[in-house]
Design a protein. Structure first.
Length: 585
């Protein structure tokens, strides 16, 4: 276990600048530790009840949270004299901390972490240039984007450098920032900000730095793992890419075996890519929402080439564990606690880090105000909005309203259809005031929403997937019926007795909320919105899982926030009555 005690570091000179000159001393070898995070999305509290496996038993524990992450950073930093701490974008957006404080709480915590540089993520633009201007003012570190032209935006002009330098002894390390050009269409940057080519901007900045004699170059990117690999292959002079945007967990599968976590083959930490000049580039990322942090240790030779490296992601897990004893999830026995802690101590993935009281003190006043926010009234239920008869509940209760809210939130992106898993809507809404606390009880999982571009045939196949999964795993009986989803913008019938592939009939879609339904064209393109769970193939939706990454977009929107905004916009809601799904059995 880590103590979190920070070692005394002697002879370390730190220098930050947005540009710099070459050193008067010849280049020397350098051993550097890169600690990195990405896509925190305002998850300052731990993610509760995440499921891992210990000794073959599904076990709930908390992952992440600012208080323990600060302890982890301090512990890792204490092990290495030459350390740089990087954040690869999307620090904000996704919890009540963002809704309530628009980034102020997030940047207070990032400052406490000692972040050295951050890349701009697309969600840093969600509230426009003025909010981004506030983030720049709150940050004690540079926020970077080499492929961004903000010269026509008065609140940002001259404030977002392409790169920054950090000096260790006589050696300078450059960090170049880049952000996804998709931000122009998936966020709200306004018309005054221009997003340029990532590869061209990086190549130009690398050339500038090499002209200054700097030969150790890190790209801090928010473009996604696959795009990082392409960048490494196409632009010379890059040594390391620290990425974000795709929420990718890297590491050999054997590292995750036994803990119930699967990573795709080849997603090594770090992933090695050959540059155009034949040198190796190391690409890393550390999942998302603060569940993990990464540590990459790199030895550079005097030519700036990578001579050796090591590293791993660390899951930031708590010391409290629950298992299902047949009567619900309860704290594990002392004996099982010892077994779990022993498995953690032996693993190359998990490690217990101390919580940091300083981070707790910073977070406490924000958390106290969040408790008040939970009492805020966000809408009114004109009648009891009950999930109703199990045979028809996919057409009634809060679920269809949740699906409608998902379409309303993403309609500006061309979305017309939503699919919401029935198991994600947990409670009824009774007549009267609806508070934010009620919304969080209704949608307790902080589910991220994804938009997908699909053909009509894809959508039909996805529905067939989900229906088949329910029929097989939740078969109809006197006391049960399949858990069909809630939908918005769709109307169809289900023939339960038919074979898979022939169950969905009379399928129609609605181009606008409240509009008329129309027939699908199997070859036309449509945009839908689903939860991250379904986008990843949950509840049997393999077609959604297999949609290429280029047609699948993380919106950064959280279902509970989206629903509360929808309720606020409507003021009052009633129990839905529209028959969107008819079941024939």
């Amino acid at each position: 276990m880590r103590s979190g005690k920070v070692a005394t570091i002697l002879g370390l000179i730190l220098l930050f600048t947005a540009c710099g000159g070459s050193s008067d001393n010849p280049p020397e070898p350098l051993s550097l530790s890169i600690i990195h995070l990405n896509d925190l999305h305002s998850h300052l509290e731990p993610l509760a009840n995440e499921v891992l496996c210990f000794d073959g038993i599904p076990t709930r524990t908390d992952l992440g949270g600012a208080v323990r992450t600060k302890g982890a950073i301090d512990a890792l930093r204490a092990d290495n004299a030459n350390t740089i701490i990087l954040e690869a974008g999307d620090a904000v957006g996704g919890t009540l901390y963002y809704t309530a404080f628009d980034g102020e709480a997030d940047f207070a915590i990032l400052n406490a972490y000692g972040i050295d540089a951050m890349a701009l993520g697309n969600h840093e633009f969600d509230h426009g240039p003025d909010s981004l201007s506030d983030y720049l003012a709150w940050a004690d570190f540079p926020i970077l984007a080499a492929n961004l032209d903000v010269s026509r935006e008065p609140s940002l002009a001259g404030r977002i450098p392409a790169y920054t330098l950090k000096t260790f002894g006589h050696e300078q390390v450059a960090v170049i920032g880049v952000t996804t050009p998709e931000s122009a269409s998936i966020s709200s940057p306004g018309d005054t900000i221009v997003f340029g080519s990532v590869a061209a901007s990086v190549a130009q900045t690398v050339g500038l730095l090499q002209g200054q004699g700097i030969n150790k170059i890190i790209v801090l990117s928010h473009i996604g793992y696959e795009a990082d690999l392409e960048l490494a292959e196409s632009v010379a002079g890059i040594d390391v890419i620290v990425g974000g945007h795709s929420h990718t967990l890297l590491g050999p599968q054997e590292q995750f075996d036994g803990f119930g976590i699967t990573v795709p083959a080849g997603y090594d930490y770090p992933t090695r890519v050959q540059s155009p000049e034949g040198k190796q580039v190391l690409v890393v990322q550390a999942w998302g929402w603060g569940r993990a942090i990464g540590e990459l240790n790199v030895d550079f030779d005097r030519n700036g080439d990578i001579a050796a490296f090591s590293g791993r992601p660390y899951l930031v897990n708590s010391t409290e564990f629950k298992q299902d004893n047949g009567a619900g999830w309860t704290a594990v026995t002392p004996e099982m606690q010892e077994i779990i802690l022993a498995l953690i101590s032996e693993s190359d993935l998990l490690e217990i880090f101390d919580e940091d009281p300083g981070a707790a003190a910073i977070l406490e006043p924000f958390t106290a105000m969040i408790a008040e926010k939970r009492q805020a009234v966000v809408g009114t239920a004109a009648d009891d909005i009950l999930r109703g008869d199990p045979a028809t509940r996919f057409n009634s209760g809060p679920g269809p309203l949740v699906a409608d809210s998902m379409v309303a939130k993403t309609a500006a992106q061309g979305v017309t259809i939503a699919i919401q898993p029935r198991g994600g809507v947990k409670v009824d809404l009774l007549a009267g005031d609806i508070t934010m606390g009620d919304v969080l009880s209704l949608l307790p999982y902080n589910s991220l929403l994804y938009t997908l571009e699909m053909t009509g045939a894809d959508i039909r196949n996805a529905l067939e997937d989900g229906i088949d999964y329910q029929i097989v795993n939740n078969p109809r009986s006197e006391s049960n019926c399949p858990w069909y989803p809630y939908v918005s913008g769709l109307r169809f019938e289900i023939e339960e007795s038919a074979a898979k592939g022939a169950r969905v009939t009379h399928l129609e879609y609605r181009p606008t909320l409240g509009g008329a339904y129309e027939a699908f064209d199997a070859n036309d393109a449509y945009k839908i919105v689903v939860t991250a769970y379904l986008a990843g193939g949950g509840d049997g939706y393999t077609t959604l899982r297999d949609i290429p990454a280029a047609r699948k977009q993380d919106t950064g929107f959280i279902d509970a926030d989206v629903f509360s905004e929808y309720l606020d916009s409507l003021g009052s809601v009633s129990n839905p009555t529209e028959e969107r799904i008819r079941v024939n059995y």
